[in-house]
Design a protein around this ligand. Structure first.
Ligand code: FAD
Length: 467
């Protein structure tokens, strides 16, 4: 019909995966149509994920740093939180970025259609927009439709006091007593925010450790700190019932450490995310979807229909923005005829809690499971001059290395700014660095980055300076 746009590349979803793919494809000379159901670009990450959570975590850090400065002889009054102003600022952060994306898309002459897209045939996508239905015939499609919050069935989701990460980020008020269900990265990041703002936090986690993806020794410094700050942490425990009432939400627990039923003002449900694979008409046109809703792809991000690609949260775990952007770029390059494939050795993970926990490459648990002949070297931040001078010496930096080749296999860092520090070890892994490479690299002193140098020097037996 008139007004239909033929796309050389149509991208479904404008999150980090989708906008990156669209930009790269346009830069490589392709005529690109980008379909997004929300009014802004940026997907979960920019609008209701990575970025707003980090804006609030920044504020949380300012508050707790001010509290803790008492020990260094600096006393501030109790912080007064102006929720409206805080929200306005948070929205200005995401606003800057989403507007920036729109400008970048315009520069590249990418056609953006706002509406809900659905694959109709292997070469046609239907879009429901506010101005009616549109169709986009295409040569290649990149599915980047992301993921949504998982809901355990049977809980009273129509009660606004039962929040998910999106409503928790809206920050309508500061509850007195809050329960976080799920001790993973998202749950604990939001717990960090609400704790700093003054809520009494409890966390319940079904596994025997918080942040189950990370090695247990990395999580310990975080556990020790929040155990003191929070009201309770229940491990190996689950919530079986939530009842709504005037006084609050009454929660029934079950498991090894279950308390008797408790009443909370708010609950944050953060038990994971599921891919949007079933909501875009993919199966109907013959694209395979696995039992968990992911769209399986090969090393070139191709689905079983070779001209249709899938990237980001909808394609596989880990559901992380930097994995989505890497894959988005790759898919665009493959479509443009580049000979390329997914060959990153690792996708780093970061929990932006306080302290932060970051890890990459092989975890120790995986090394043991896979029977790998590894060695572990670690440097406790209690011996780092910089960490001590920041009054935050609870962290640690540890490296796993191959016993024979001495090459780095993995790394884990817990402490302030661990998320920044892990990047050096990612580069080391990508370049096949061994312990000598790291130990002979001059690191600036005094920095937290030195802790990787010291860990390597310990492995090499060449350490002379502890502070
Ligand atoms: P998404 O960002 O989910 O984007 C998909 C887009 O597709 C959405 O905009 C959606 O509206 C659109 N869409 C879906 N279906 C359709 C349709 N049928 N038609 C049109 N449009 C459609 N990751 C990190 O790496 N670091 C972090 O610090 C971090 N923090 C997070 C904090 C929170 C609270 C949450 C929830 C997530 C966080 N993540 C973080 C995860 C990160 O947000 C995701 O991994 C990332 O957004 C995935 O990108 P994507 O492009 O695959 O999909």
């Amino acid at each position: 019909s008139p007004g239909d746009i033929h796309a050389e590349v149509v991208v479904l979803g404008a999150g980090p995966g989708g906008y990156t793919a669209a930009f790269r494809a346009a830069d490589l000379g392709k005529k690109v149509v980008l379909i997004e159901r929300y009014p802004t670009l940026g997907g979960v990450c920019l609008n209701v994920g990575c970025i707003p959570s980090k804006a609030l975590l920044h504020v949380a850090k300012v508050i707790t740093d001010a509290e803790e400065a008492q020990a260094q002889g600096i006393v501030f009054g109790k912080p007064q939180v102006d929720i409206n102003k805080l929200n306005t600022w948070k929205e200005s952060v995401t606003g800057k970025l989403t507007k920036g994306l729109r400008a970048l898309a315009k520069q590249r002459k990418i056609a953006i259609i706002h509406g809900t897209g659905k694959l109709a045939t292997p070469h046609l996508i239907h879009v429901e927009t506010s101005e009616g239905a549109k169709t986009v015939p295409f040569d290649n499609c990149i599915i980047a439709a992301g993921s949504s919050v998982t809901r355990i069935p049977g809980f009273p989701y129509d009660d606004p006091r039962l929040m998910d990460s999106t409503s928790a980020l809206e920050l309508n008020d500061v509850p007195q007593r809050m329960l976080v269900i799920g001790g993973g990265i998202i749950g604990l990041e939001m717990a960090t925010v609400y704790d700093a703002l003054g809520s009494k936090i409890s966390v319940v986690e079904w596994m025997d450790q918080l942040i189950p993806g990370a090695d247990a020794d990395l999580v310990k410094p975080l556990y020790r700190r929040i155990k003191k700050r929070y009201e309770a942490i229940y491990l190996k425990t689950k919530v079986t019932r939530i009842e709504t009432g005037k006084a609050g939400l009454t929660v029934t627990f079950e498991g090894d450490n279950a308390p008797k039923p408790q009443i909370y003002d708010r609950i944050l449900m953060a038990v994971g995310r599921r891919p949007n694979g079933r909501a875009i008409g993919a199966e109907e046109i013959g694209i395979q979807i696995n039992e968990r809703g992911f769209i399986p792809v090969d090393r070139q991000m191709r689905t079983n229909l070779p001209h249709i690609f899938a990237i980001g949260d909808i394609a596989s775990e880990p559901m992380l923005a930097h994995k989505a952007t890497y894959e988005g770029k790759l898919a665009a390059e493959i479509i443009a005829g580049h000979k390329a494939g997914f060959d990153a050795r690792t996708i780093p993970s970061v929990a932006y809690t306080d302290p932060e926990i970051a890890w990459m490459g092989l975890t120790e648990r995986e090394a043991i499971q896979q029977g790998i002949d590894y060695e572990k070297t670690r440097f406790p931040w209690a011996a780092s001059g910089r960490a001590i001078s920041m009054a935050r010496d609870e962290g640690l930096t540890q490296l796993l290395l191959d016993k024979k080749t001495r090459r780095i296999l993995g790394a884990g860092i817990t402490g302030v700014n661990a998320g920044e520090l892990i990047a050096e070890t990612v580069l080391a892994l990508e370049m096949g660095a061994d312990m000598q490479d790291i130990s002979l690299t001059i690191h600036p002193h005094p920095t937290l980055s030195e802790t990787a140098l010291f860990a390597a020097e310990i492995a090499e037996g060449t350490i002379t300076d502890l502070f």
